[in-house]
Design a binder for this molecule. Structure first.
Ligand code: PLP
Length: 393
C-alpha cells in the first residue's frame, strides 16, 4: 500500500480537515509539488542547493568512544548538526522555497515555535530574495530572543502572536489565517511533517534525503542494514526523514523518541503518541494531547523544538501499524545525554537530538549480543547554551 492515499490519509490519520476556502489551495499545492517532484530538473536544482549551500551529504560518523561506553551498541551518528544553520530544517525549507518559486509566489510565511524553523525559512528567503513573514507566539518571542534577532538580521518580519497560549499552535493558526487572506502571492512554508495534506507527504519526501544517504553510507561501512534507528520526534520531520527509506526493511527496528518532559504522569510533556489520543489539530488527524472535551493541552519540553502538542500523522500511523515504536525521554535524561555525548565524542548536540541519544543506554541494556544503531543527530547545541546554563546553575 502506498501512503498517503489520494486524500492524504495514512491509515486512519492525516487527511485535510480544513475550511472550504483552503481546499482549493491545498489541491493546487498538491499538484504543483507532484509536478516538481517528477521533474528531473527540479530534483537537480534541489540537490544542487542541498550540496553547495547546505553542505550535504552529511557524515555518518561512527561514535567509537560512545559505543565503548555503551558496551552492546555500535553507534553511528547521522550528522545533520553539521548543515548550514545547524539542523536538518534547511532540507525542508530549501525544497519548499524552490516549489514556491516555481509557483511564482513572492511572499513566504511561516510559523515558528523555538524560532529554528523561522530562521531556516528566513535563511532561504534571503538566499532567493523573497519577502518573509514569520508568525511566532509572543511567549516564544520572549523566550527565544536570539532567534528573533537572527530572523530580523536575515531580513524577515517577525509577527508576535498574542492569542491563546501565545505559543507555536497559536502561531500556526495565525499563519493559516494570513494564507487564506493573501493566497494570490503567498506561500505557506510549514516546518514539519504535520498540517493538512500535502504537507506531511511533501516534507517527508524532502527530508527523506537523510535516510536515503544514511542507508547508502551504512551499507558501505557495514555491508548490511542497521539493527536500530533512533530519532527524536517533535512534529516528526527529522525522524520521518531517517525512517521512511527504511520503513519496508522488516529487520530494522525503528524507534521514535518523544519528550516526556517532567514525566508522563505529570501532564507536563510533549508525548503525543505515547500519552495522547487521536484528534484533529492544524488540519490533520493524528495523535494529540487534549482534554476530555477535545481542547488542546499545552505541551512542555526543555527542548523548545519538541514542545508541540501534536505529531505528524504518519508517525501516528507508524505507531498504530507497528512499523515503528515510540518511547519517552524526560528533560533530565536528555540533559544527562547532552553531557554524555559532549564528553565522550566532543559533540554538543541540540537538546532535541539529546532525547534520541538518551535512549541509547536504555537500549544497550535491552539488546542481546552486539547491535548496530543509527541515531539522527538533528542539530547542534549552540542554541541551547542559555537553557543549559540555567538548568546546571
Ligand atoms: C525543530 C527541531 C526538531 C524537531 O522537529 P522535527 O520535525 O520533529 O524534526 C528536532 N531537532 C532539532 C535540532 C530541531 O531544530
Amino acid at each position: 500500500m502506498k501512503t498517503p492515499d489520494r486524500n492524504g490519509h495514512f491509515g486512519e490519520f492525516g487527511g485535510r480537515y480544513v475550511p472550504e476556502t483552503l481546499m482549493a489551495l491545498l489541491l493546487d499545492l498538491e499538484q504543483r509539488f507532484a509536478a516538481c517532484w517528477r521533474d528531473p530538473a527540479f530534483r537537480k536544482e534541489f540537490h544542487f542547493y542541498l550540496a553547495e549551500y547546505a553542505g550535504r551529504p552529511t557524515r555518518l560518523y561512527y561514535a567509537e568512544r560512545l559505543s565503548k561506553e555503551l558496551g552492546t551498541l555500535k553507534v553511528y551518528l547521522k550528522r545533520e548538526d553539521l548543515l548550514h544553520t545547524g539542523a536538518h530544517k534547511v532540507n525542508n525549507t530549501l525544497g519548499q522555497i524552490l516549489v514556491a518559486r516555481r509557483m511564482g509566489k513572492k511572499r513566504i510565511i511561516a510559523e515558528t515555535g523555538a524560532g529554528q524553523h523561522g530562521v531556516a525559512t528566513a535563511t532561504v528567503c534571503a538566499l532567493f530574495g523573497l519577502q518573509c513573514v514569520v508568525y511566532m507566539g509572543a511567549e516564544d518571542v520572549k523566550r527565544q530572543a536570539l532567534n528573533v534577532v537572527r530572523m530580523k538580521l536575515l531580513g524577515a518580519e517577525v509577527v508576535p502572536v498574542t492569542t491563546g497560549s501565545c505559543t507555536l499552535k497559536d502561531a500556526m493558526n495565525e499563519a493559516i489565517r494570513d494564507w487564506v487572506t493573501n493566497v494570490k502571492d503567498t506561500y505557506y512554508l510549514i516546518g514539519t511533517v504535520a498540517g493538512p495534506h500535502p504537507y506531511p507527504y511533501m516534507v517527508r519526501e524532502l527530508q527523506s534525503v537523510i535516510g536515503i544517504e544514511a542507508r547508502k553510507q551504512f551499507l558501505l561501512k557495514e555491508s548490511k542494514l542497521p539493527d536500530y534507528l533512533l530519532a527524536c520526534v517533535g512534529g516528526g520531520s527529522n525522524a520521518m526523514g531517517l525512517f521512511y527509506p527504511f520503513h519496508k526493511d522488516k529487520k530494522v527496528h525503528i524507534i521514535g523518541v518523544e519528550a516526556a518532559g517532567h514525566g508522563l504522569h505529570t501532564g507536563a510533556h510533549s508525548a503525543a503518541i505515547t500519552a495522547g489520543t487521536p484528534g484533529v489539530l492544524h488540519g490533520c488527524k493524528s495523535a494529540l494531547l487534549q482534554d476530555k472535551n477535545g481542547q488542546v493541552i499545552s505541551a512542555h519540553s526543555v527542548a523548545a523544538g519538541l514542545d508541540y502538542p501534536g505529531v505528524g500523522p504518519e508517525h501516528a500511523f507508524f505507531n498504530a501499524s507497528g512499523i515503528a515504536s515510540y518511547v519517552g525521554i524526560t528533560d533530565i535524561e536528555a540533559i544527562e545525554a547532552l553531557k554524555m555525548l559532549s564528553v565522550t565524542e566532543g559533540i554538543i548536540p541540540a537538546l532535541e537530538s539529546a532525547h534520541a541519544i538518551a535512549y541509547l543506554p536504555k537500549l544497550a541494556k535491552k539488546v542481546k549480543g552486539r547491535k548496530t544503531v543509527i541515531v539522527c543527530l538533528s542539530g547542534r547545541g549552540d542554541k541551547d547554551m542559555g537553557t543549559i546554563q540555567e538548568v546546571l546553575g
